[in-house]
Design a protein around this ligand. Structure first.
Ligand code: NAP
Ligand code: G4F
Length: 341
């Protein structure tokens, strides 16, 4: 039986990965940070009380900014696999808290790599790398060979993490790899990321709990996939003979505007767009009511206009390919949020 440690277990990906590894009979440890509220909604369906079920998810307190904690836990557990999914993962917020983002997203992975090296165990390490590294893209579609051009404190911190993983792999012969994941969504997506913000707000508008959806750049395009499928690729990356950095994405790109249109279409509202720039509005075609407006607060100091993956290497090396496509993802999220709201 294998043992895995997941950092960021309370997040979208960490929770799906915990589901997957428990299904595969792993002993799973999840690192959670102390919070004053009970932020375990994504893992609530799992048992984590060892007095009830000894094969449950084992939750441990820790923080990526605390190397003494990471050293102690990793040395004690000596996991076969570590999945580092913890991060200050919001691009817009990274402009507000750049130093904190660098500490957690850049130095956090370094601290884990050092702990692995010190523990002398044959631990395999997965780093949650990101398509944000391509930033102001220098080539489309983006592959493992496309040069990086990051555009935010978040992406620059993740760039350091990408390079330090590669360096430790080469310098110390560690099994360490970067999954370069394009955006992936689900009902467990944090509510301040654009997809979930849209589906929650559309559900609230339908239930007459909110009047309007306020967004920033409607024309940004993303390669949106389905999170439960992406965590399978993470696991597969640690089962290869040799560690390798691999792009995971769908090979399709869609705009925020399209996402909004599909979400409203799910509740039989057709949106028509009027005006331009900050004055643009989305209007209910039937009633004439304004349902979408622009709030410049959501614009970013530097934006990533378009991301589009070429996931051929994932197909070749991992036999992984995306199954759930854009429209279906919108529908899954809308259905879930209509139930939750
Ligand atoms: P998420 O939902 O925001 O989850 C982030 C997790 O990190 C949460 O469990 C959070 O804990 C934890 N965390 C934050 N700061 C921490 C700290 N200082 N110490 C320990 N834990 C901390 O993110 P996600 O969407 O699951 O993404 C997982 C990883 O993949 C992240 O590293 C993200 O940057 C990266 N990524 C995501 C995507 C995507 O589209 N989802 C694409 C590429 C890469 P709390 O619950 O306490 O906040
Ligand atoms: O949903 P987003 O905040 O995701 P973003 O910035 O693409 O980052 C996500 O994906 C990355 C992988 O490429 C991950 F590394 C990262 O951790 C995170 O999971 O924004 C998507 C787009 C942006 O262009 C943004 O400007 O939507 C645009 N947008 C327009 N209005 C908005 C809004 N984004 C947010 N969050 N909120 C808005 O109101």
């Amino acid at each position: 039986m294998k043992t895995a440690l997941i950092t960021g277990v309370t997040g979208q990906d960490g929770s799906y990965l915990a589901d997957l590894l428990l299904e595969k009979d792993y002993t799973v440890y999840g690192l959670r940070r102390r919070s004053s509220t009970h932020n375990i909604e994504n893992i609530q369906h799992l048992q984590f009380d060892p007095h009830v079920n000894k094969n449950s998810l084992k939750l441990l307190y820790g923080d990526l900014s605390d190397s003494s904690n990471l050293n102690r836990l990793i040395d004690k557990i000596k996991p076969d696999e570590i999945y580092n999914l913890a991060a200050q993962s919001h691009v817009r917020v990274s402009f507000d808290v750049p130093e904190y983002t660098a500490d957690v997203d850049a130095l956090g992975p370094l601290r884990i790599l050092e702990a692995i090296r010190e523990s002398n165990a044959a631990t395999r390490f997965y780093q949650a790398s990101t398509s944000e590294l391509y930033g102001d893209v220098l080539e489309t579609p983006q592959t493992e060979k496309t040069p990086f051009n990051p555009q935010s404190p978040y992406a620059i911190a993740k760039h350091y993490a990408f390079q330090i993983v590669k360096n430790y792999r080469e310098a110390y012969n560690l099994y360490a790899c970067n999954g370069i994941l394009f955006n992936h969504e689900s009902p467990r997506r944090g509510p301040t990321f654009v997809t979930r913000k849209i589906t929650v707000t559309v559900a609230r508008i339908v239930k007459k709990m909110q009047e309007r959806l306020y967004l920033g750049n409607l024309d940004a395009k993303r390669d949106w996939g389905y999170a439960p499928e992406f965590v399978e690729a993470m696991w597969q990356m640690l089962q290869q003979e040799k560690p390798e950095d691999i792009v995971i994405g769908t090979g399709e790109t869609h705009s925020v505007r399209e996402f909004v249109e599909h979400a409203f279409a799910y509740v039989n509202i057709a949106i028509v767009w009027e005006n331009q720039g900050v004055d643009e509005v989305g209007i209910d075609k039937k009633t004439g009511k304004t349902l979408v407006s622009i709030d410049p607060y959501y614009y970013r100091p530097t934006e990533v206009d378009i991301l589009l993956s070429d996931p051929s290497l994932a197909k070749k090396k991992l036999n992984w390919s995306p199954k759930t496509r854009f429209k279906e993802i919108v529908e899954i999220m809308m259905k879930s949020d209509l139930e939750k709201v």
